[in-house]
Design a protein around this ligand. Structure first.
Ligand SMILES: Nc1ncnc2c1ncn2[C@@H]1O[C@H](COP(=O)(O)OP(=O)(O)OP(=O)(O)O)[C@@H](O)[C@H]1O
Ligand SMILES: C[C@@](O)(CCO)CC(=O)[O-]
Length: 531
């Protein structure tokens, strides 16, 4: 096992190189085969590897990690390497029903325009390593593919299919991964190390479940504009990226393509979502699946999972209104795992009282859904907003009773209440993280500005985001065409991606997200059926 430092990773692929044209594309028929069984290539993946002569046709610049072509030496056209590609998934806000949703009640959640982006760079055949490069966490680690516990994951009794519904982690598989996490981020502060180990365990569990010993070496580089541990579904977004990237690598996803029938897109989203949920199990312990469902399918949904052995009930809300929401971060980080466990403990100690609070939250969510679904629903009128706002205030009160608020969240609520310009609730797991405020329609702009200044003065952060956008999307290969037929287009390579500065820099580079001037050509999104 070796550790790689970010910035010295090699394997960047020039997409303009005609010998490296994509071997996988998105109109592949869906294949209902065992993902661990061999395909025609005999490598179990359908992704060709370059010939062993490939090493002589590239030289690696170890300072910036890019590979350059040597003039006059060409690769055999018959052995193309999969091009670098990118996937992206949004974060979410839970408008109603967090925590209650873990206990089988309904929640209403919507995708936000803050997103994560994962660049997958395939290595040459001789490089038998996978590297996880979680840039924002300052975490990179490399594993030798051949040293991973394939024997345990591929036992007939353990082997999973890409379309399987996995609802709990297998303790034997978790134990098999553990030794491979022992060297992750040794020497960094314990809390930080825990975060790295959780991320790495989610990745390894998915890689070992979906890949095979013949998987091509690759670098998985992640950048995210979603603050970590803030209640905005950062982990789910990361898990959706990992799941979709791995499913694409084994060529089990059809589309997305423009005229994909909604039912087919729904199946693909569901497959991505199922494996993202497995990643969430590694990070969270006991997730409901609402976060990954929104990150995978986007838009706004009502989500309910009463029976964990079955898929959840997911209802799209195409009429979800463009709410005037303020999204404020306490900057108090916490872990969802801890907050969910707190409510679980409360439910054990005070079953009747806790259950009735959870039921009341369910009623709040159902009331919001009924409001949105009324035939003459107008998301912008004073009455509607007053109704929504009251439900938001009530929901927050219940979350306080469950013990998942925080003095910093209460401070936000207090400041908004003082200004009398809206209704506030925590969003996500609480214990810190973010609050949402629905602004009153008659809130005076100067009062809103004063409030924002006060929040900034007290160290709170404000995020700009729209609700209800796209779910998981893919850019294959990782080249932006800018609306022209120019040969090659603009490649998003390893180095550019790692060096993009801040949320704006990342969004400008990849062409998707709140700060992207326009959505750049090449990106495709699976579209959830709305009816
Ligand atoms: N930028 C990132 N890169 C890699 N991993 C990340 C990143 N952001 C979050 N994660 C993973 O997600 C975990 C944080 O998830 P957690 O559920 O505690 O917060 P959240 O998903 O932001 O909040 P919530 O579940 O309330 O919406 C981290 O420990 C890490 O494993
Ligand atoms: C707190 C919780 O309800 C929402 C976290 O975003 C946990 C979950 O649903 O998995």
């Amino acid at each position: 096992m070796t550790t790689a430092s970010a910035g010295r990773l090699n394997g960047s692929v020039r997409a303009s190189d005609p010998t490296r044209r994509p071997v996988a594309h998105f109109d592949l028929p869906d294949r209902s085969y065992n993902m661990n069984a061999s395909n025609a290539n005999g490598n179990g993946h359908g992704v060709d590897h370059p010939d062993s002569d490939s090493a002589s046709s590239t030289s690696t610049n170890t300072t910036n990690g890019t590979q350059t072509r040597r003039p006059g030496m060409s690769r055999k056209a018959s052995s193309p390497m999969a091009p670098a590609f990118m996937v992206s998934a949004p974060g979410k806000v839970i408008v109603f029903g967090e925590h209650a949703v873990v206990h089988g009640k309904a929640a209403l959640a919507a995708a936000i325009s803050l997103r994560s982006y994962l660049l997958v760079t395939t290595l040459s055949k001789s490089q038998r390593t996978i590297t996880l490069n979680f840039r924002d966490l300052g975490f990179a680690h490399t594993w030798q593919i051949d040293e991973l516990p394939w024997d345990v994951f591929q036992q007939p009794s353990k082997k999973k299919f890409y379309y399987d519904l996995v609802t709990s982690l297998d303790p034997e598989l978790v134990a098999a991964i553990e030794p491979h996490l022992a060297h992750v981020s040794k020497g960094v502060p314990e809390e930080m190390r825990k975060t790295h180990v959780r991320s790495a365990s989610a990745f390894l569990y998915l890689f070992l479940s979906l890949g095979s010993k013949q998987s091509p070496g690759a670098i998985y580089t992640l950048r995210s504009n979603i603050p970590t541990g803030a209640g905005l579904g950062s982990s789910a977004s990361v898990c959706v990226c990992l799941s979709s990237a791995l499913l694409l690598q084994i060529r089990t996803l059809a589309g997305p393509h423009p005229d994909q029938p909604p039912e087919e897109a729904e199946t693909q989203i569901e497959r991505i979502n199922r494996w993202a949920f497995v990643g969430e199990l590694c990070i969270h312990g006991n997730p409901s699946g609402v976060d990954n469902t929104v990150a995978a399918g986007g838009k706004a949904v009502i989500f309910k999972r009463s029976d964990y052995t079955k898929p959840p009930e997911v209802i799209s809300l195409p009429d979800f209104p463009e709410l005037p929401l303020l999204l404020v971060d306490t900057r108090q980080s916490r872990s969802t795992l801890t907050e969910v466990a707190k409510v679980g403990e409360l439910r054990k100690r005070h079953p009747v009282v806790t259950e009735s609070i959870l039921d009341a939250i369910d009623q709040v969510t159902c009331s919001a859904r009924a409001l949105i679904e009324t035939p003459d629903f107008d998301g912008a009128s004073d009455d509607t907003l007053e109704h929504f706002g009251t439900l938001i205030r009530i929901n927050h009160g219940f979350l306080v009773s469950l013990g998942v608020s925080h003095p910093r969240l209460e401070r936000i609520r207090e400041l908004v209440d003082y200004a009398d310009i809206g209704w506030t609730k925590l969003t996500g797991a609480g214990g810190g993280g973010c609050a949402i405020t629905l602004l009153r329609p008659d809130a005076k702009p100067e009062v809103v500005r004063d409030l924002e200044a006060k929040l900034a003065e007290e160290g709170f952060a404000k995020y700009e985001s729209t609700l209800g956008g796209d779910g998981v999307g893919v850019l294959y290969p990782a080249v932006l065409r800018n609306g022209s037929d120019e040969e090659g287009g603009e490649e998003i390579d390893q180095q550019k991606f790692e060096n993009a500065e801040g949320p704006e820099g990342i969004e400008r580079l990849v062409g998707v997200g709140a700060n992207a001037q326009e959505r750049r050509e090449g990106w495709k999104f699976w579209k959830r059926a709305t009816q």
